[in-house]
Design a protein around this ligand. Structure first.
Ligand code: HEC
Length: 498
C-alpha cells in the first residue's frame, strides 16, 4: 500500500490539504489495486466522525481489505467476510480489554466471493457467488471441522449485484437474497431481484418475495417477528430519485422493481402498461435518501441497550457513487414510533471528509458486550462504537497510565447532590454484589479480592464512570444506565477514594 500511495502521489493525485494518511485518491487506488485504503488513525477518526451523543468510536480491527459482512460466534469472536480475497476471517475477541481485537486470521480461504455469514445448529453457513456452503464450527477451539459442504448450488451469478446474503429466520428457514443482474430490466431468471428461502439442508427452495432490486441486508424485528430488508433503488434517474428502501417483506410480496419505485411511482423506462403490477406492489415501510445504498441491517436485541439504541434497528448506508454530491456514508438508527412511523436518525456520520470518502459502512453487528460493530470495505476495518468511553479510552484512565486528577475528584458533582448519589450508588454496589470480588470479608470462597482503595488518586468522576462502562477484564461489565453508573462511581470515590 505504501508503494501504491507513493505512485499516486508521484502522479500528482495526492490531495495536499488532507492529512497525510488520506492523501491517496482512494477510489482510484481501489480501482487500480483492488483493495481498500488504510484506515485513518484513531485520533483523526474521533475528530472527523460524528457519533451520537454518549457514544464513542474506535478502530476494533484493520488490515481487512474489503471487509463486508459480520457475524459473532457464541464465544464473542467476530467473523468477517472479505469476498475479494475469498476469505472469511476470525477476529478474536478483545480479552485484554484494550478496545481492539486481540488477533485476526483467515478461518476459511479460497472461497468464491464469500459474503453473507450465519450460524445454525453448529454449522457456519457462507453465501458465495452462486452457492451456499456450510462447515462445522467449534466455538471453543475457534476451528472449523471437516470440509465445506454445498447446500445450495447454481444460484444465478454475476451481473450488477453479485453479493449473496444468507441468514436464518426465527422460523429456521434459510433466507438468501439475490440482487438483480442489471440496473433496470426484466429478468429472465425469477430468482433474481428476489429473496429465496430453503430448509437448512438446502431442500425445498422457493421464491419468498420478488421485486427487490438488491436487498443486501435483512433481519427480523424482535417482538413482531417481521422481516425487514434494505433495498437499493435504481440508478440514472438523477440525484434525488428514486429513494432507497426499507421493506417489510411478506411471503409472496412484490416490491415493485423494475416497474415501479418508491411508493408505486411508475418507472420511466419500464412502467408503461404495467399499471396492474404497480398497483399491486407493496410500497416501502421507509424511504432512505436516493443513492444512499443501505446494506446491512441489524435490530438491537440487548434489553439493557442504552436508550438511544433500545428497540432500534441499525442500518449501514454505504453511500452514493453516482450522485453529484456524495450522500449516505453513515450508520443510522431506525425507530418505530407509537403512531406507526419509522424515524431515521444519524448514529455515525462523517465518512465523507472534505468531499472524499474515508470509509464506507457495510454491515452492522451487536456485540456480546453491547457495543456496535461496523464493517468498512473501503478502509478495510471494523469499528467499535461503545456507550461511554471506548475500552481503549477507559484503559488509558487506569492508574498506571493516568496522572492523578487535580483537586477534588468529585468536583463535577454538586455538594447538595452527593449524599443522595452516595446512597443510590451504595444500593447498586450491594445489589450487584460487587463485594464478591472486592472485599476481603465478603469475597466469594476461593476468590482473591481486589481491594478497592485510593480511587480518587487515579480517577475523577468522569474517568471512573468511563471505567465502569468498559472495565478492564476480568472485571465484568454490568449493564447500568448512565445515571446509575455515575451514582456508582460517585459512591466508590466517596467510599474508597483514599
Ligand atoms: C467477578 C469479580 C468482580 C466483580 C463481581 C466486580 N469486580 Fe470490579 N474488578 C474485578 C477485578 C478482577 C478488577 C481488577 C481488574 C484489573 O485491572 O486487572 C476489578 C477492578 C475494579 C475497579 C478498578 C479498581 C482500580 O483500582 O483501578 C473498580 C472501580 C471496580 N472493579 C468496581 C466494581 C464495582 C462497582 C462492581 C460491582 C458493580 C465490581 N467491581 C464487581 C473483579 C470484579
Amino acid at each position: 500500500m505504501l508503494a501504491a500511495a507513493a505512485t499516486l502521489a508521484a502522479c500528482g493525485l495526492g490531495a495536499k490539504l488532507l492529512p497525510e494518511r488520506f492523501a491517496v485518491n482512494a477510489p482510484l487506488a481501489q480501482l487500480l489495486f483492488g483493495r481498500g485504503v488504510e484506515v485513518a488513525p484513531e485520533d483523526e477518526l474521533q475528530r472527523i466522525l460524528r457519533v451520537r451523543d454518549g457514544f464513542s468510536i474506535g478502530v476494533y480491527a484493520d488490515g481487512l481489505p474489503n471487509a463486508r459482512f459480520l457475524r459473532f460466534t457464541d464465544a464473542g469472536d467476530l467473523l468477517v467476510s472479505t469476498p475479494r480475497s475469498g476469505r472469511v476471517w476470525i477476529v478474536e475477541r478483545d480479552a485484554n480489554g484494550d478496545g481492539r481485537a486481540d488477533a485476526a486470521r483467515a478461518l476459511l480461504e479460497d472461497l468464491d466471493r464469500p459474503h453473507g455469514l450465519d450460524f445454525h445448529e453448529g454449522w457456519l453457513y457462507v453465501a458465495e457467488g452462486s452457492a451456499v456452503r456450510r462447515v462445522r464450527y467449534d466455538t471453543t477451539t475457534r476451528r472449523t471441522l471437516g470440509a465445506l459442504e454445498a447446500v445450495v448450488t447454481g444460484l444465478p451469478d454475476g451481473g450488477n449485484h453479485w453479493t449473496r446474503t444468507v441468514r436464518f429466520g426465527p422460523d429456521a428457514w434459510m433466507y438468501v437474497s439475490i440482487g438483480s443482474s442489471c440496473n433496470a430490466c426484466i429478468e429472465e431468471d425469477p430468482r433474481r431481484a428476489a429473496l429465496l428461502r430453503f430448509r437448512p439442508d438446502g431442500s425445498e427452495g422457493e421464491v419468498h418475495a420478488t421485486g427487490l432490486r438488491n436487498s443486501v441486508g435483512f433481519d427480523w424485528q424482535p417482538g413482531t417477528g417481521d422481516l425487514y430488508a434494505t433495498d437499493n433503488g435504481r440508478d440514472l434517474l438523477g440525484d434525488d430519485l428514486p429513494p432507497c428502501e426499507l421493506n417489510r417483506v411478506v411471503q409472496g410480496g412484490f416490491y415493485g422493481w423494475p416497474f415501479a419505485y418508491g411508493d408505486r411511482q411508475p418507472d420511466p423506462d419500464l412502467g408503461d402498461g404495467r399499471e396492474r403490477e404497480i398497483r399491486d406492489s407493496i410500497p416501502p415501510a421507509h424511504a432512505f435518501g436516493a443513492h444512499n445504498a443501505p446494506l446491512g441491517i441489524t435490530f438491537v436485541r440487548n434489553p439493557d441497550a442504552p436508550e438511544p439504541l433500545r428497540g432500534a434497528a441499525l442500518v449501514a448506508l454505504h453511500g452514493s457513487w453516482n450522485r453529484t454530491a456524495k450522500d449516505g456514508y453513515e450508520v443510522v438508527t431506525l425507530h418505530w414510533t407509537a403512531d406507526g412511523r419509522i424515524e431515521e436518525r444519524s448514529f455515525v456520520s462523517g465518512f465523507v471528509h472534505e468531499g472524499r470518502a474515508i470509509g464506507r459502512p457495510v454491515d452492522v453487528a451487536e456485540g456480546p458486550d453491547g457495543a456496535i460493530y461496523v464493517s468498512d470495505d473501503y478502509a478495510g476495518a471494523v469499528y467499535r462504537i461503545a456507550w461511554g468511553a471506548t475500552a481503549g479510552g477507559a484503559a488509558a484512565t487506569r492508574g498506571e497510565t493516568r496522572s492523578a486528577p487535580h483537586g477534588d475528584a468529585l468536583a463535577a458533582l454538586p455538594l447538595a447532590d452527593r449524599d443522595a448519589a452516595r446512597a443510590r450508588g451504595r444500593a447498586l454496589y450491594e445489589g450487584h454484589a460487587c463485594y464478591r470480588c472486592h472485599e476481603t470479608e465478603r469475597a466469594d470462597a476461593g476468590a482473591v479480592p481486589v481491594v478497592l482503595a485510593g480511587l480518587a488518586a487515579k480517577y475523577d468522576l468522569a474517568a471512573l464512570d468511563a471505567y465502569l462502562a468498559a472495565p478492564q477484564p476480568p472485571m465484568p461489565l454490568f449493564p447500568l444506565e448512565p445515571a446509575a453508573r455515575r451514582d456508582l462511581a460517585a459512591f466508590l470515590l466517596m467510599e474508597h477514594g483514599d
